[in-house]
Design a protein around this ligand. Structure first.
Ligand SMILES: NC(=O)c1ccc[n+]([C@@H]2O[C@H](COP(=O)([O-])OP(=O)(O)OC[C@H]3O[C@@H](n4cnc5c(N)ncnc54)[C@H](O)[C@@H]3O)[C@@H](O)[C@H]2O)c1
Ligand SMILES: [Zn+2]
Length: 392
């Protein structure tokens, strides 16, 4: 690590694993550190990049129970005051109600502008705690210590924070980039296998949009990754962070390139929504990627065989994603009655002026530039695709 990074000599990080830097829209930058055992570097990192008089450790009850005590000890070893603020686990607690409760609890604790929020957990915690930090006294620093693969690979990088509201997911929020992200894959050892698969879908998406060799490597290492192999996990988190960092550094606010991260998400979100969120996000996006690849093939934009390649890789994560083969019955039913699904895509945040836009691949590893990295596709085309799949 270079001295000017202010990060040289951190325990837990060898010079072979320099931080990945993310550029923010405001012209600042923050490091993402990835390394097994890296959590021990937390006090040092906080002192260098987020010095504060108080650290509020926000974690859901599961993660707080598993890792809260240890991380609290690390926070206190900086000499600052620190306290734990747990909240109930689960997407339904990424809510305004929890935001109210947590901000009130921080006020009662006496945290001021010189405090800092440490978000320890999965994507729900990162989004909720990030939003608390973004709004508390008009903004205090936040540090992300992701513990799920979704959070390490995806949600802790990019600065988006927020809560869900009755009208939809993530509809109230703010951009609030962290001071740094510390991803220690050893913390994910306690993560259930099914949750690992959810995160690895986003990793495969990164391969699909930017790096075919990475996709192939993930496919080959899928068993080890699902079992939580530390070296494979560290390598995957690192490559995904590099890809996401490169994309969001060029376009923080999704005006252009950042849209490519939405590959698989237009139909994926529609599946999630139509199932009233019973289909988990990663599983829905996995099917969404396959369908959007098929759509691209049908329109002559995506190379033939791309959907097959994606199916092969995603099936290695123990997910059923093949519209022509095996699919979970809930997904099959929604695809067969395509109208509700197509209607749901129209309400998506990504639907600009009523038209639904899709990110299409040229081939695995490369997105078709379209018109501004996505293109409008009519509901008729999508319905036609679904009909043709199930007519055969
Ligand atoms: N901000 C962004 O850019 C962005 C990007 C992607 C996803 N997200 C959001 O992330 C959320 C999904 O994230 P998620 O899948 O991590 O959900 P989550 O935070 O609910 O975590 C999933 C489950 O795993 C548990 N868990 C987390 N780490 C663990 C560990 N180390 N050991 C044992 N259990 C652990 C949690 O308690 C929870 O029960 C969604 O709300 C989504 O909107 C945000
Ligand atoms: Zn996603």
């Amino acid at each position: 690590m270079k001295e000017e990074d202010g990060l040289s000599g951190l325990p837990g990080f060898s010079p072979k694993t320099p931080p990945v830097w993310v550029q923010t829209g405001a012209g600042e930058r923050y490091p993402v550190l990835v390394g097994g055992g890296g959590i021990e570097a937390l006090p040092d990192l906080l002192s260098r990049r987020a010095p504060a008089h108080r650290y509020a450790l926000i974690a859901d009850a599961n993660v707080d129970g598993l890792h809260g005590e240890r991380v609290l000890g690390l926070l206190r070893s900086t000499g600052a005051r620190a306290s734990r603020f747990p909240f109930p686990a689960g997407e339904r607690h990424k809510s305004r109600k929890e935001w109210v409760r947590l901000t009130d609890a921080l006020l009662e604790w006496g945290m001021g502008r010189d405090g800092c929020v440490v978000a320890l957990g999965g994507g729900v915690t990162g989004d909720l705690a990030g939003f608390v930090a973004a709004t508390f006294m008009r903004g205090v620093p936040v540090v992300h210590v992701p513990t799920s693969l979704v959070a390490m690979i995806d949600s802790s990088v990019g600065g988006k924070t927020g809560v869900d509201v009755p009208a939809g997911k993530n509809l109230v929020g703010a951009f609030h980039p962290p001071r740094f992200v510390l991803a220690d894959p050893e913390l994910a050892r306690t993560l259930p296998r099914g949750e690992r698969a959810q995160g690895l879908v986003e990793a495969m998406k990164h391969g699909a949009i930017r790096d075919r060799d990475y996709l192939t490597g993930l496919e080959a290492a899928a068993d080890a990754l699902l079992d939580g192999d530390p070296d494979q996990t560290t390598a995957a988190v690192r490559r995904s962070v590099e890809i996401k960092a490169e994309v969001v550094s060029q376009d923080e606010r999704e005006g252009g390139l950042r849209q490519i991260l939405n590959f698989g998400h237009t139909l994926g979100h529609a599946l999630e929504q139509c199932s009233t969120y019973r289909i988990p996000h990663g599983s829905a996006v996995a099917v969404g990627m396959v369908l959007e690849a098929l759509l691209g093939e049908r329109l002559g934009v995506t190379e033939e065989g791309t959907s097959r390649e994606l199916i092969r890789a995603l099936e290695r994560l123990d997910l059923q994603v093949d519209p022509g083969g095996s699919l979970p019955s809930s997904v099959r039913t929604l695809l067969q009655n395509g109208t509700a699904l197509v209607d749901a895509t129209r309400m998506d945040k990504k639907a600009r002026s009523g038209e639904t836009r899709y990110v299409l691949l040229r081939r695995c590893g490369e997105v078709d530039p379209g018109s501004g990295w996505s293109r409008p596709i009519s509901g008729e085309s999508v319905r036609g695709l679904l009909l043709s799949i199930f007519a055969s």
